[in-house]
Design a protein around this ligand. Structure first.
Ligand code: SAM
Ligand code: SF4
Length: 371
């Protein structure tokens, strides 16, 4: 099985915290980018021989796509790859794009999972974040999607936000629970250089919260969501009734995937490849020469690191068998892992190594969105 990720590098406006690859002035070349995405899919059809199990529209803001643009991308996948049964097709949607018209269109196109970016349940947060939706619109968008038959809905929220009291955070958790969604992705706010938020923090207009507050909110969330039927299956991801994101779970399990579009990353087990993070250079170069991407062959050491960094994020852990296939532990690594086991950060079973609750907190520094 394999997955296809398409990166849609368009956004209506710039959220203050975001350093993902996108442009807000894309109308002049949007058609060229979508055509190039379709062309890249065709050019790379022989890179994946397995059946496609998941298709993920990430961004940027894929909910800005027009009917003809979604159609072109999905039809190109259908015509050039072998699709498995019950393919999970996810679309990241911003609340302001969730209209009846779009919901009907997305259903018709086979999209069966929405990931909706709510971010916060506090109006003033949405304002400093420069989100293009308000609180009422955010909540309404989830309810509308549910009423139009979308059963598998994930919402993105953030914790570790400036000026968010413990009482407010607990209220946010109650609010997310009330939405009755199948999946929640909760990210701790990271202050990225080159963002407006970074400048605000530098000028001391916004005060970042300390690690202790973030850790407390993280712990409170894990406990609250577990009590209410959400299983934490990855550091930042919680699912009810095993409705895990198949697409993202496959990333963490090392399943091959094609990343299409500007800035998208691909992985085939031994090669990692990443496309140029420049929309114009991307659409001008796809198909002409190899200059729209770079790639690297992963050394055994890189593969070993990947195995640990991705496996330890999840409830499935790191397979001992896979560690052996990559040459096992050195004496020093063995000592290191034993120290973590003794310190209660890692748990060893007969088949895997897993992070404990204490270990999950220890990894907070790595907590960041995966698209
Ligand atoms: C790249 S966005 C794309 C989704 C969509 N455009 C939206 O805004 O909802 C994916 C998610 O990454 C998270 N994210 C982006 N920047 C972040 C940051 N600096 N710290 C924590 N989470 C972040 C947000 O929760 C966001 O919903
Ligand atoms: S958070 Fe989403 S909408 Fe906001 S700038 Fe980033 S990708 Fe665009």
């Amino acid at each position: 099985m394999a997955g296809i990720y398409t990166h849609i590098p368009f956004c209506k406006q710039r959220c203050t915290y975001c350093d993902f690859h996108f442009s807000t002035s894309f109308e002049v070349y949007r058609e060229a980018v979508i055509k190039a995405i379709s062309q890249e899919l065709i050019l790379r059809k022989n890179e994946i021989s397995e059946k496609i199990q998941t298709i993920y529209f990430g961004g940027g803001t894929p909910s800005l796509l027009l009917k003809s643009e979604i159609e072109l991308i999905i039809n190109t996948v259908k015509n050039n790859f072998i699709l498995g049964q019950n393919v999970e097709i996810t679309l990241e949607a911003n609340p302001e794009d969730i209209s009846i018209e779009n919901l009907i269109l997305w259903k018709e196109q086979g999209i069966n999972r929405l990931s909706i970016g709510l971010q916060s349940f506090k109006e003033s947060d949405l304002t400093w974040m420069n989100r293009s939706h308000n609180l009422a619109e955010g909540i309404k968008s989830v309810k509308l999607a549910q009423s139009y038959g979308f059963k598998n809905i994930s919402v993105d929220i953030m914790y570790g936000l400036p000026n968010l009291s413990s009482k407010e955070w607990k209220e946010h958790l109650q609010s997310v629970l009330a939405l009755n969604v199948t999946h929640i992705s909760a990210y701790c706010l990271t202050i990225e250089p080159k963002t407006a938020l970074f400048q605000e923090v530098k000028k001391k207009k916004i005060l970042p919260v300390n690690d202790e507050v973030q850790s407390t909110q993280f712990e409170e969330m894990i406990e609250f969501l577990a009590l209410n039927g959400y299983e934490q299956y990855e550091i930042s991801n919680f699912a009810r009734d095993e409705q895990y994101s198949k697409h993202n779970s496959n990333y963490w399990k090392g399943v091959p995937f094609l990343g299409i579009g500007p800035s998208a990353h691909s992985f085939d087990g031994t090669y990692r490849r990443w496309n140029i993070s420049n929309n114009t250079k991307y659409y001008k170069n796809v198909g002409l020469n190899d200059s729209w991407y770079e790639e690297e062959l992963l050394s055994i050491e890189d593969q070993w690191n990947e195995l640990f960094l991705t496996g330890l994020r999840t409830k499935w852990g790191v397979s001992k068998e896979k560690i052996s296939l990559l040459g096992g532990f050195s004496e020093e690594e063995e000592k290191c892992i034993n120290n973590y086991i003794l310190g209660g950060e890692i748990l060893e079973t007969s088949t895997v190594f897993l992070l404990t609750k204490k270990g999950l907190l220890f990894r907070l520094a790595f907590c960041r969105c995966d698209c």
